[in-house]
Design a protein around this ligand. Structure first.
Ligand code: HEM
Length: 485
């Protein structure tokens, strides 16, 4: 009897607990993410994680191999720890699509970048606020606005070549292109033109930004003698200079001496954006707009030097355009539309040496990708290089072949992403294209060049690619008889 009552008690207890058990089982089946595993990999050493190892690889230009080894070991989704964040590293076109379009992810910058550039940039804001600030920039960057600046860019490029290339035997291309792209951007977007005041501010800002960009992915240790502390000091000086420009623009606007259409700063003031946010966005644009395009032009020249067939085709295309122009006549939008092969060569350069090596996002909630869960708060990193060097998308990826881009529709969606994608796609891509084509036109039609002795064309990343010796080339002017070109 005792045994029977014991059995009945157990059965009764089991029956009573059934609904609870059912709820527990049902709840965990419904919450799929909690059943998924974290991506394979490891978080590496405490605190430093993989940060120093990746930064070392970037500087040695072995970061591609570094990432490739991870993907070979763990597959297209893996975990690691970077800049003190748990990070999911994703590879391939479908990963790119996920990163660019998932509402569960938001943009994020490295800590060093945020401390130098600001935390209220266009990349930091979301939703309607993002759309509002982005629209203020796009006003000056969309195609019809950029078309109006072709002649102005042409003048700036010619002025630069006259003062930095003409009469010289050799030129370090990357520093020269950084100065040029900074000047073009300052004039066209910020109205810091050729007046004495404008040129002074430009020079001051340019020097600070050359320093600042070296710290974008630095370890954010503000101790004496660290790279980061030098970059932070440059950022403070840069911000003071930008604040001065904002004050001057406000005074002009209030006195009716300027219009919101004049430049981005006046436009942002007229839309009531707080000063702090204008400063952050100007700092952001100055970083985003000049080094990236300088890298594109520099590496395009490097590839043309190494690929004589491509160089011959670019030269022929550009000489045909030059022949149609009167002496001293600026390039027009129609001329740029004829530069199809040159732009294909530029895209092939963006494929092989994308200026933005990788971008970061942050998970706003637990999110699944590729059969794994990426927990809320994790960083998500995609790699432009890994996609662009995939033999499945670009056969024989180490070969420079502009013909790949003669029919862009042959490239699978999200297979070529130098400007990102989705709502955050780079709004400066048309600006960069026009600036690159105008510059290449004047360089190839005015100068012949070859790498200087001892300059091997190798490069490192921080994370923008930078060639050794700045890509030192020997130049020789092309004799055009009695034309001024
Ligand atoms: C070859 C030159 C350039 C390259 C390769 C490049 C690349 C990129 C990339 C990869 C992104 C991030 C996309 C993402 O988060 O997924 C970006 C964002 C951005 N770029 Fe560019 N960029 C270039 C030139 C420019 C120029 C010339 C400007 C402005 C004049 C500019 C302004 C911006 C802005 C404002 C954003 C932030 C967009 C947002 O968050 O809504 N970029 N760029």
């Amino acid at each position: 009897m005792e045994a029977d009552s014991m059995t009945m008690a157990i059965v009764a207890a089991f029956l009573v607990s059934l609904p609870v058990l059912y709820r527990l089982l049902f709840a965990s089946a419904g919450n799929k993410t909690s059943r998924k595993a974290l991506p394979p990999g490891s978080f590496g050493l405490p605190v430093v994680g993989h940060t120093l190892s990746l930064l070392r690889a970037l500087r040695a230009n072995t970061a591609e191999d570094w990432l490739r080894r991870r993907a070979a070991a763990y597959g297209p989704v893996s975990r690691l720890s970077l800049f003190r964040y748990r990070t999911a590293f994703l590879v391939g076109p479908s990963a790119n699509r996920f990163v660019f379009t998932s509402p569960a992810l938001t943009t994020m910058n490295s800590e060093a970048f945020s401390r130098m550039v600001g935390r209220r940039t266009v990349r930091d804001v979301v939703g309607d606020e993002h759309a509002r600030v982005r629209a203020m920039m796009v006003q000056f960057l969309r195609l019809d606005a950029v078309k109006r600046h072709v002649a102005g860019m042409d003048a700036e490029v010619q002025r630069h070549l006259d003062s930095h290339w003409r009469g010289r035997g050799s030129v370090a291309v990357m520093p020269s292109m950084k100065t040029l792209t900074f000047d073009v951007m300052s004039t066209v977007l910020f109205g810091l033109g050729m007046s004495r005041d404008g040129a002074d501010v430009r020079r001051e800002l340019s020097a600070e930004f050359q320093q600042l960009v070296q710290g974008i992915w630095a370890v954010p240790l503000n101790l004496p003698f660290t790279r980061f502390s030098r970059c932070l000091a440059a950022s403070r000086r840069g911000r003071r200079a930008v604040a001065g420009v904002i004050e001057e623009r406000r005074a002009k606007l209030e006195q009716g001496e300027s219009s919101p259409a004049d430049d981005i700063i006046t436009h942002m003031l007229s839309k009531g954006l707080p000063d702090e946010e204008i400063t952050d966005n100007v700092m952001f644009l100055m970083v985003a707009a000049h080094d990236t395009t300088a890298a594109l032009i520099t590496f395009l020249l490097r590839h043309l030097d190494a690929n004589k067939d491509a160089y011959a085709k670019v030269l022929q295309e550009q000489e045909e355009i030059a022949r149609r122009k009167a002496a001293g006549e600026a390039l027009s939008w129609d001329d740029l539309c004829r530069m199809r092969y040159t732009w294909a060569a530029a895209m092939e350069t963006l494929r092989m040496v994308p200026p933005a090596f990788s971008m970061l996002r942050k998970a706003l909630q637990d999110v699944e990708y590729g059969g794994y869960v990426i927990p809320k708060g994790w960083q998500v990193m995609y790699s432009t290089n890994m996609t662009h060097w995939s033999p499945a998308i670009f056969p024989d990826p180490g070969r420079f072949d502009p013909a790949r881009f003669e029919d862009p529709s042959a490239i699978p969606p999200y297979g070529f992403v130098p400007f990102g994608g989705g709502a955050r796609i780079c709004p400066g891509n048309e600006f960069a294209k026009v600036e690159t084509l105008v510059t290449v036109h004047h360089i190839v039609t005015r100068f012949r060049w070859k790498l200087a002795a001892g300059c091997d064309g190798s490069f490192s990343r921080s994370p923008i690619p930078y060639p050794s010796q700045g890509l030192l080339i020997d130049i020789e002017p092309i004799d055009h008889g009695n034309t001024s070109r």
